[in-house]
Design a binder for this molecule. Structure first.
Ligand SMILES: NC(=O)c1ccc[n+]([C@@H]2O[C@H](COP(=O)([O-])OP(=O)(O)OC[C@H]3O[C@@H](n4cnc5c(N)ncnc54)[C@H](OP(=O)(O)O)[C@@H]3O)[C@@H](O)[C@H]2O)c1
Length: 349
């Protein structure tokens, strides 16, 4: 009989000087399994930009409300692996099943050797889909799904729409191009020169080189605008909506950073003013267009939609860097450099 393996976790000591990365792969207490949960031996976990930012202290005040603050964190939201144990109420998954899934932002990140997670946030990995390809998708796809839903875009409504994506060169942008173009939307992708060709290959109808063309030179002809680039561009992105547009969603709003910097009162007030500024910009649009500051949160509709894509025509994000959990720094450095590709942590190289 083999001895049970000691659970391990990648602990991150938060360092506000972003250059100092302090990650340690060390033993961690075994976690109890809830009746609706599965225990998964994590084979692959992705590193997202939020992990790199949180390692430098980003979002501490707001994320502490979810148990995800503190001087030492276990980061990560996505994983793929193998079920090793199921809770008493779990009927449709069994030990040995390969799965992909999400860990809600909280005390338990996915950068560990095993996670215990509700079956709501786990799906069987379809045959032929590599674990790394699946593990880079859930967090980003869920965020995208919420942004699209917030402006009323889905498989039924998007077909007739022209959508502008700022920040199209990143992971959110690349998924947005794929999803929206499959739904029949006409996508204009604003990205750097290195991402122009890729954006067209993924399905963009038009591309705008953000280094060569100012956003203000792009016609105000869009039904929906998505900002995954910079908050500083938000007003210009929004100004690209036409007079009867659906709305605008951004993932790069100042919510967490302002509350970090100025506290709940002053930070909250500053965000409220920024929000009102957006509302005013949309006032001329009839019927009133929607404005959304999208925040990641697990969503069963997103889980099901992503599973449907993995079963039929998997969405793609390039994984350019793999590092063992015990040598995670290089993966964080890769993502922190703002590249258009993802990095993953793996149990075995
Ligand atoms: N609110 C939330 O819950 C939430 C959730 C997920 C992500 N986010 C945030 O959303 C943003 C996008 O996420 P992501 O995963 O797509 O990031 P990412 O993959 O790291 O995006 C990197 C890409 O952004 C592009 N970029 C860099 N500077 C830019 C600029 N000034 N303007 C426009 N694009 C620029 C670059 O592509 P090109 O050089 O090709 O343009 C780069 O490859 C990040 O800031 C992330 O933290 C927020």
């Amino acid at each position: 009989m083999t001895a049970p393996r000691v659970p391990m976790a990648l602990t991150c000591r938060v360092s506000p000087a972003a250059t100092e990365l302090s990650l340690r792969w060390q033993s961690a207490p075994a976690r109890p399994l809830g009746h609706d949960q599965v225990r998964v031996a994590v084979q692959v976990a992705s590193v997202n930009p939020i992990d790199v930012k949180r390692a430098a202290g980003y979002g501490q005040r707001v994320l502490s409300l979810m148990g995800a603050g503190g001087a030492e964190l276990v980061l990560g939201n996505d994983f793929a692996g193998v079920v090793t144990e199921v809770g008493s109420g779990v009927k449709h998954l069994a030990p040995g099943v390969r799965v992909w899934g999400l860990v809600p932002t909280g005390a338990q990140g996915s950068h560990r050797s095993e996670v215990c997670v509700s079956t709501r946030w786990v799906r069987p990995l379809p045959d032929g889909v590599p674990m790394a390809s699946a593990a880079v998708l859930p967090y980003t796809f869920t965020t995208l799904w919420r942004a699209l839903a917030a402006v009323g875009l889905d498989a039924q409504t998007a077909g007739a729409c022209r959508v502008l994506i700022n920040g199209a060169g990143g992971a959110l942008g690349q998924l947005a191009i794929q999803v929206l173009s499959r739904w029949g939307a006409s996508v204009t992708a604003v990205c750097g020169p290195r991402s122009l060709e890729r954006s067209v290959a993924l399905g963009a109808a038009q591309v705008v080189d953000r280094h060569a063309t100012a956003l203000s030179a792009v016609p105000s002809a869009f039904d929906a605008t998505l900002n995954f680039g910079l908050w500083a561009d938000d007003a210009e992105v929004m100004a690209r909506l036409h007079a009867s547009a659906r709305g605008h969603a951004t993932t790069v709003h100042p919510l967490l950073a302002e509350i970090d910097a100025h506290g709940w009162m002053a930070g909250g007030l500053s965000c409220w003013r920024a929000w009102q500024g957006g509302r005013r910009r949309l006032q001329g649009i009839a019927p009133p267009a929607r404005q959304a500051w999208t925040v990641f949160r697990p969503d069963e509709g997103a889980m099901d939609a992503l599973q449907a894509s993995l079963l039929s025509r998997p969405l793609v994000l390039d994984v350019a860097h793999r590092a063992p959990f015990g040598q995670a720094d290089s993966a964080f450095v890769h993502v922190g450099q703002g590249r258009s590709t993802r990095a993953v942590l793996v149990a075995h190289l």
